[in-house]
Design a protein around this ligand. Structure first.
Ligand SMILES: Cc1ncc(COP(=O)(O)O)c(C=O)c1O
Length: 420
């Protein structure tokens, strides 16, 4: 459930009319709902009640300071994937002891940065990373808390580009090598080998692959313990899907019940790293119609584009697109391609969508854009990043202003041999 609803034919975010925000900040813009994020967090946290699981919000899904802070104030820690995300999470109030650091290519500097602030855990993804972490921690006189991210070779049944738990993916250490890696880690200085971590992919809409992967990870915990390793933690990753176009992902209650059933009596400190399920349906991208073009096909050309929201171009993903002013019940519906102004055929947000006629300046909302939306935006075609707005009840605030084209140009520095 989200808090983007029509009232008297106008789309609202909570108690704020979308046209009011558009009038204040221009278009396109991202708009997030605090109540939706809060509800999603609380439903997930409620489903895990009694497990003591830490919810470490996957900052990569939406790393705006206000969004991270919303999560932190609800009780979340943070899952980060780079030194930049570590700094962002801490700047937004996440304490170092609530942060897990994942990712297959952490650099020496990033490891040192995280060691310096004493994060909760490194999810180590390879033997070279383990050796590097040992060396850096030893130099710094630290002991790094380590979980080994294992690759359980489970097909998450999701899009090829967001599946991460099959053996051909670059992530994690093959589960059948895990025992050797734990033995190695236990013999290296500067490491505390504490746990097992997995993350098999994103936008997973079925419980079965989760269960299969969790089973394998927990089986490994048992084996490691039997071999004398003092395993205290298990990190179950993120990946829970959301409904973009009628999918029926497992309700958090079922997911939580499964986690409880599988982990009962195992005395493990659990970590989860959800991103999309917390923020995906809490955001929309609002754009303005430039005009329609009818040349054998109906194109609705809007001022939002693939640089603002790359998911459709990158993952062929579906986003519902709705008019901000509801169409009249007798409006003539026809199929339209919703496209942006960028010079790429891939700049298509939706294909063949049944839509009522749209006039220049009409507003449309691209739904479910709260996760992997603004964070993946670029300035391609010299289009400045768009503003982000956070709504809470009947108020809204700009949480990232629109960048100016002059600022963008000023980032380029002419070489000394060119006249400025
Ligand atoms: C290691 C890791 N944890 C958590 C997540 C968050 O996934 P999601 O947003 O699907 O919950 C990701 C994203 O792919 C990830 O790579």
């Amino acid at each position: 459930m989200d808090h983007f609803q029509y009232r008297d034919g106008i789309l609202y975010a909570e108690d704020v009319a979308i046209p009011d925000i558009a009038a204040a900040v221009g278009t396109p813009f991202y708009c997030y709902s605090t109540a939706t994020m809060t509800r999603h967090y609380q439903v997930l946290a409620g489903s895990l009640e009694g497990t003591g699981a830490r919810i470490c919000y996957a900052v990569k899904a939406n790393s705006n300071q206000a969004v991270i802070r919303t999560m932190v104030e609800l009780g979340a820690g943070a899952d980060v994937i780079s030194g930049g995300e570590l700094q962002r999470a801490m700047a937004a109030g996440a304490t170092a002891d609530s942060i897990v650091f994942a990712g297959p290519g952490k650099t020496r500097d990033e490891l040192a940065q995280a060691l310096a602030v004493d994060i909760y855990q490194f999810n180590v993804e390879s033997e070279p990373e383990l050796r590097l972490l040992s060396a850096v921690a030893s130099e710094m006189g630290k002991v790094a808390p380590v979980s080994i991210r294992v690759n359980p070779d489970v097909d998450a049944g999701t899009h090829e580009k967001i599946t991460t738990g099959r053996k051909q993916n670059k992530f994690g250490i093959p589960i059948d090598r895990a025992m050797d890696i734990f033995d190695l880690g236990a013999s290296l200085p500067g490491l505390a080998m504490l746990g097992v971590a997995i993350h098999i992919g994103s936008q997973i809409t079925d419980l079965a692959p989760f269960e299969e992967a969790f089973d394998r990870a927990l089986g490994l915990v048992d084996e490691l313990r039997a071999a004398g390793h003092d395993i205290k933690r298990c990190n179950l990753g993120g990946g829970l899907g959301i409904p973009y176009s009628g999918e029926t992902p497992p309700p958090p209650a079922e997911y939580g019940a499964m986690v409880k059933r599988l982990t009962a009596n195992r005395q493990l400190d659990l970590v989860l790293e959800p991103g999309r399920v917390l923020v995906g349906n809490a955001g929309i991208l609002v754009a303005r119609v430039i005009h329609e073009k009818h040349e054998g096909r109906r194109f609705v050309i809007i001022d939002g584009a693939m640089n603002d929201l790359i998911r459709p171009a990158m993952y062929d993903s579906w986003h519902d697109i709705v008019p901000v002013r509801e169409a009249a019940p007798d409006a003539m519906i026809s199929a339209a391609d919703v496209v942006g102004p960028i010079c790429e055929s891939g700049d298509t947000l939706a294909k063949g969508r049944p839509m009522a006629p749209l006039a220049p300046n009409d507003l449309i909302a691209v739904r479910s854009a709260g996760a992997y939306g603004a964070v993946m935006a670029s300035t391609y075609n010299s289009r400045p990043l768009v503003p982000e707005v956070l709504v809470r009840g009947d108020t809204f605030a700009v949480i990232r202003p629109r960048l100016d084209i002059a600022d963008l140009i000023a980032l380029d520095q002419p070489p000394p041999w060119q006249s400025p």
